[in-house]
Design a protein around this ligand. Structure first.
Ligand code: UD2
Ligand code: MN
Length: 232
């Protein structure tokens, strides 16, 4: 199932890496073969979860991350969740892939944006959230179908809880995004701005406590666990 733990010491955190996924076989292969080395260099206990959305429905990245959270916790008591794009590779093993008290943005400095933050409130690509943080913010919104906006909504949830976001120094925080075209089945979400304006009362009703899904299969491959799900 893509689970690993160091043999000679006990890792401080058990980390679940959750990848929202569909139809990116080439990126997936690169990602898993790369990330095992990366995580093992940090002596972390971890497991890689690929949460795949069944076709042909419009992609819902944030709902897949909620599902990954709930399903991973059924298997193991993870302390920390890293939600990660499949096409993103961290470039420096000194950047810790663990959780801190504050929500941590791991994908802040990407090749796609010349290794700079594209805008101040940017929270896309890869984030680390403790199990505790996830529960308190009720995970992510399930209402973002298609490309865009769900990362900014997540940023707003963090503000709602009055947390500040942690980012590691740029010199160790760089990541490379594999170049790609827009996917079929993930059209730009025309409601992406409107949806972000959700208010706290809605956050309490929309998230890990309300996500509806069907789990079609769960397969434990040697390098990762793959869940196939439908949303709604
Ligand atoms: C940006 C953000 C991403 C997310 C997205 C908007 C960066 C690097 N990342 O990514 O975190 O907020 O905008 O939704 O700025 N995916 C599939 N199959 C699909 C569609 C998406 O596997 O058909 C997954 C995959 O893990 C991918 C991720 O969703 O990495 C984000 O989708 P994207 O790569 O098309 O979006 P991108 O690069 O603009
Ligand atoms: Mn991408």
């Amino acid at each position: 199932g893509g689970h690993w733990a160091p043999r000679w010491c006990k890792a401080r955190q058990r980390v679940a890496i959750v990848i929202p996924y569909r139809n990116r076989e080439e990126h997936l292969r690169i990602f898993v073969s790369y990330m095992h080395n990366f995580m093992q260099a940090q002596l972390l206990e971890y497991q890689i979860f690929i949460v795949e959305q069944a076709s042909p429905y419009v992609f819902n990245r944030a709902a897949l991350m909620n599902i990954g959270f709930l399903e991973a916790l059924k298997l193991h008591d993870f302390d920390c969740f890293v939600f990660h794009d499949v096409d993103l590779l961290p470039l420096d093993t000194r950047q810790p892939y663990t959780c801190f008290q504050a929500p941590t943005h791991l994908g802040a400095y990407m090749s796609k944006f010349n290794y700079q933050m594209p805008y101040d409130k940017f929270f896309g690509g890869a984030v680390a959230l403790s199990t505790e943080n996830m529960k308190q913010m009720n995970g992510f919104s399930n209402l973002f179908y298609g490309w865009g906006g769900e990362d900014d909504d997540t940023f707003n949830r963090v503000l709602w809880r009055n947390w500040t976001i942690h980012r590691h120094a740029q010199r160790i925080g760089k990541s490379y995004m594999i170049k790609h075209k827009k996917d079929e089945g993930n059209p730009v979400n025309p409601n992406r701005w409107a949806r972000e304006r959700e208010v706290p009362e809605q956050y309490l009703r929309n998230g890990i406590n309300s996500v509806k899904y069907t789990k079609h299969s769960a397969d434990l491959y040697s390098l990762y666990t793959r869940l196939l799900v439908s949303i709604g």
